[in-house]
Design a protein around this ligand. Structure first.
Ligand SMILES: Cc1cc2nc3c(=O)[nH]c(=O)nc-3n(C[C@H](O)[C@H](O)[C@H](O)COP(=O)(O)OP(=O)(O)OC[C@H]3O[C@@H](n4cnc5c(N)ncnc54)[C@H](O)[C@@H]3O)c2cc1C
Length: 481
């Protein structure tokens, strides 16, 4: 029987982020994808600043910035009446090189991750499905099927990144606790648009539908993403979306002349589900991304949170597999990520309500969705059992994301924080005697930003602060993992 350390189920953005994290740490893994080809529907179009920082660590943020846009105003109408235009609000802060949400279609993010994975020597096994598995004492026997073969694989760990309908989660017996909002349904799709200039995110507000229609143009492309609230009919069934249907409701709802949709490459019904997996781990199996949490798309954080799940889990799996930590480290994945999912479900539900109320009253549309919280830069693991420290900062606690700082020479601290190692920022104290971390003397700008006068800040491989302490505590901390 073949053996791998980690079997990743699903090659969406979450599975691929995890594969990259394992590949660059030289952990043996396999990544399987049920579909024979990559999915083309635009789906997620917001890449949040925290995810951009993570993708920068993987070396693909710059190419994504070239594909997407950060500057698209909101243009609002009620029927054919122009209501006004709101610029996109940035959330200016100097602790990141990516202060703005990047707007681009999900397949562009997936393409960049796939290329990165290939550059790291990885390969997605397309048209290959996990059809069964059994946990044994030190691993999992997984049954894989492909149109041409089937295989029994012995995996030490398995990570289900197989989306909201995750069959793996169900087979693991993990409850997906929450609710389905049957009444909150939308048509979504990709279209080409004749008769509108692609220089704004168009929203048609309506007392009946809230968002009667929204059209988002992708940069350097003829493609637009269409969203329109579409309630169920009397029989309780939401009509099937189609190009003809998109054109029909646009005319009915906006009475605008001269606008036509053509060449629709994706149509789907989106229904709001607000659910979270009761646990992220059973034995040696983990779940990540939509398999662990689904919620309203208001605020654009589903894919982002999944990427951040994978970034949290990847280094932990590698550290345990490489014998540098006990299995206990893997329990901190759920410990740290489940509170984030709870926050996510709550904040996206609130945003959905505010947006729909604003749209129904004709006051505001999707411009209410982005706030400083949706940047996800403030998310922290302050409650984590991995936190330690004896020293203090005037502004940071263990568990916080390590802020980025622009240095005197114009480069960023994140240029030095990139890579898979632990990092140690040293503030006015003797250099520690350890080769287990990358030591970075903190210059004045870093001292000011971190609010630490003396001591060290130990930064985890996922860019969160593990400890604000003394140099002689570092080896003890790492030995206790
Ligand atoms: C209209 C719309 C707009 C959205 N907007 C945003 C946004 O702006 N920002 C944002 O962050 N998110 C947004 N989202 C959500 C985002 O698309 C998802 O959160 C994201 O795709 C989740 O990624 P994932 O890798 O967890 O799962 P998926 O992308 O669903 O990937 C799971 C993969 O697993 C495969 N799979 C399933 N079962 C098996 C099996 N047994 N064996 C092998 N493979 C299997 C599937 O084929 C699939 O490719 C939006 C979604 C929609 C529909």
């Amino acid at each position: 029987m073949n053996h791998t350390q980690v079997l990743i189920i699903g090659a969406g953005p979450v599975g691929m982020t995890l594969a990259c994290e394992l590949a660059r740490r030289h952990v043996s893994y396999r990544i399987i994808e049920r579909s024979p080809v990559a999915s083309q529907g635009s789906r997620a179009k917001a890449l949040q600043p925290r995810s951009l920082e993570i993708l920068n660590d993987l070396g693909i943020a710059e190419e994504l910035l070239a594909v997407g846009t950060t500057e698209l105003p909101f243009r609002k109408y009620a029927g054919n009446q122009f209501l006004g235009e709101t610029p996109r609000t940035g959330f200016p802060r100097n602790d990141t090189r990516f202060p703005k949400t990047l707007l681009l279609p999900q397949p562009a993010v997936e393409r960049a991750l796939r290329a990165k994975l290939e550059a790291l020597g990885g390969r997605i096994e397309w048209a290959t499905e996990l059809v069964d598995f059994k946990q044994i004492e030190k691993g999992i026997i997984c049954k894989l099927e492909n149109p041409n073969w089937s295989e029994e694989l012995n995996a030490t760990y398995m990570v289900a990144c197989d989306g909201g309908k995750s069959t793996t989660r169900k087979k693991l017996g993990i409850q997906f606790v929450g609710e389905t909002h049957q009444e909150e349904t939308m048509w979504v799709g990709d279209v080409e648009v004749e008769g509108l200039t692609p220089d704004a995110w168009y929203n048609w507000l309506s007392p009946v539908y809230g968002i009667a229609m929204a059209l988002f143009p992708f940069k350097n492309s003829n493609q637009w993403q269409l969203q329109a609230v579409m309630p169920a009919e009397k029989d309780g069934i939401v009509p099937t979306p189609s190009l003809e249907g998109f054109n029909r409701i646009f005319k009915e709802r906006t009475q605008m002349e001269g606008v036509t949709f053509t060449n629709s490459t994706w149509q789907s019904i989106y229904r709001v589900n607000v659910r979270r997996a009761e646990t992220y781990r059973v034995g040696n199996a983990f779940i990540a991304g939509d398999a662990g949490h689904v919620h309203s798309i208001a605020g654009g954080m589903g894919m982002n949170t999944g990427i951040q799940d994978a970034y949290n889990l990847g280094w932990k799996l590698a550290t345990v597999i490489n014998g540098e930590a006990t299995d206990q480290l893997l329990n901190t994945y759920g410990e740290e990520r489940i509170p984030i999912a709870d926050w996510l479900l709550e904040t996206t539900s609130q945003r959905q309500k505010v947006m729909m109320a604003g749209a129904a009253s004709g006051k505001s549309g999707m411009e209410t969705l982005g706030t400083t919280d949706t940047t996800q830069l403030n998310l922290n693991y302050r409650g984590s059992s991995l936190n330690a420290g004896s020293q203090t900062s005037t502004c940071l606690l263990a568990g916080d994301r390590a802020p980025d700082v622009q240095l005197n020479n114009g480069t960023w601290l994140s240029d030095q924080l990139r890579g898979t190692e632990w990092k140690l920022l040293v503030f006015n104290t003797e250099m520690p005697n350890t080769d287990r971390v990358k030591v970075i003397p903190a210059e004045e700008a870093v001292r000011v930003s971190y609010g630490v006068n003396s001591g060290v800040v130990l930064i985890r491989p996922d860019g969160h602060i593990a400890m604000i302490g003394k140099a002689n505590q570092v080896n003890t901390y790492l030995n206790n993992l």
